[in-house]
Design a protein around this ligand. Sequence first.
Ligand code: G
Ligand code: G
Ligand code: MN
Ligand code: NA
Length: 254
Amino acid sequence: LLLENELRRCIENEEMHLHYQPQIDLRTGRIVGLEALVRWQHAERGMISPMDFIPLAEDTGLIEPLGEWVLKHACERFQAWLMSGLNFGKIAVNLSTKQFRLRRFEQTVMSILMETRLAPQYLELEITESSAMENAEEAIHMLNCLSKLGLSLAIDDFGTGYSSLAYLRRFPINKLKIDRSFVNDIDEDGSDSAIAKSIIDLAHNLKLDVLAEGVEHLDQSHWLLSKGCNQVQGFYYSKPLPEAQLLALVNSDR
Ligand code: G
Ligand code: G
Ligand code: MN
Ligand code: NA
């Protein structure tokens, strides 16, 4: 309860932060997107992981204001960067299961896009595979509403859920993100690499982009490139960074 009250207060006082992790096009080596990841820097407890407070927020209804704050802040920052001549491609925002199922959620997204003046093609929303497959008919409806706004949709943590391929084909999505558990030992030719290869092929057959998460070594990138993976994200390229460090990184590149 204590933590719940503090979470409420922190959302109200905007004591949350976003970090941004670059997404890289494997062929060109260029940044083509940023994933926004929320951080809660607690005065006494230190950094609290979203893995701990997102479930809390979902159980207490705080996911609605928290999710809106994240989305609005991400769109606002991205638009500010565009105005200053910095184009990172897209800003990807994670949606929790409950948040994505909120009634009229697409209206919330539309209002935030209008308020922040961000053109929808710069926004990508990520929903996890398990959240998409839970009540898939309803998910298809929601995804269609979101897709009509002109934004992109990605399926996160792909490979860890139980996808029905028949549903997957009906989702108006643009990208599959291979869960990082399959990327760890990818260059060792075991079952993980077989799964990763299957996801890459599946994505291409469905005419989707495919991004591998959790890339920590150059060898993994080489393997992924050789199998036709489009994009990568991971500590090898950059960990999630606060805005100042992100801007320092791109400035040092120029
Ligand atoms: O960034 P980190 O590895 O600590 O993230 C842990 C988990 O929290 C990941 O599964 C990530 O998708 C999730 N997460 C991070 N930021 C957000 C957010 O803004 N909204 C939701 N729903 N999940 C997030
Ligand atoms: O579930 P989702 O894919 O949104 O989770 C993203 C989380 O993965 C972030 O919290 C981020 O800190 C973490 N992450 C990003 N890159 C790497 C990586 O290369 N290795 C590991 N172990 N974690 C990563
Ligand atoms: Mn994600
Ligand atoms: Na993931």
